[in-house]
Write a protein that binds this ligand. Structure first.
Ligand SMILES: Cc1cc2nc3c(=O)[nH]c(=O)nc-3n(C[C@H](O)[C@H](O)[C@H](O)COP(=O)(O)O)c2cc1C
Length: 158
């Protein structure tokens, strides 16, 4: 069964996470990674597992990624194992006001997971976030390894 990693990325950090995940999935079977702008629903043909990720921008996934997910027909992800991830600010270092609003409005992975479920996907892991030191990166040390460990704990695709 094939795995697709669908992601968006402005500064390249989420892309690094997406490619690290794709490397792990590729150990288990065919895997492709595609950026939101290049995605078309036909890419889901034969896909048994779909991982979707975005930078958190104003507490949400990017509009390009949201548009792709919302455009999927109802039930498009039926029978597909789904995972949701994001990259996000280093909140312990952020100003108090951002910490407050982040606590209130959260991060991109949850709304991604919600959309994947709405389209019929089966969420196989809790959504996960990976932390950048600053808006443009880099990822904190160890985050790529943590991303790989996150998907290692997912059930093998059927
Ligand atoms: C305009 C803008 C809005 C952002 N909003 C948030 C936010 O609401 N919460 C958060 O944790 N990080 C926020 N960030 C930090 C991004 O999450 C960070 O830039 C992103 O993880 C980098 O990923 P990328 O390199 O794939 O674009 C924001 C950054 C920018 C530039």
């Amino acid at each position: 069964m094939k795995t697709l990693v669908l992601y968006d990325s402005v500064f390249g950090n989420t892309e690094k996470v997406a490619l690290a995940l794709a490397e792990v999935f590729a150990e288990q079977g065919p895997c492709e990674a595609v950026k939101a702008a290049d995605f078309a629903p036909s890419r889901l043909a034969g896909v048994g597992r779909l991982a979707v990720g975005s930078p958190t921008r104003a507490f949400r996934p990017t509009p390009a990624l949201v548009a792709q997910l919302d455009a999927l027909p109802p039930g498009a992800l039926a029978g597909i194992d789904v995972l949701a991830f994001d990259t996000r600010a280093w909140i312990e270092k952020a100003p108090g006001i951002l910490r407050f609003f982040a606590g209130l409005f959260g991060y991109a992975a949850d709304p991604i997971a919600k959309r994947l479920l709405k389209k019929g996907g089966r969420l196989v892991l809790p959504p996960a976030g990976f932390v950048v030191a600053d808006s443009e990166g880099p990822l904190l040390e160890g985050e790529l390894a943590r991303a790989a460990a996150w998907v290692h704990s997912a059930p093998a695709s059927r």
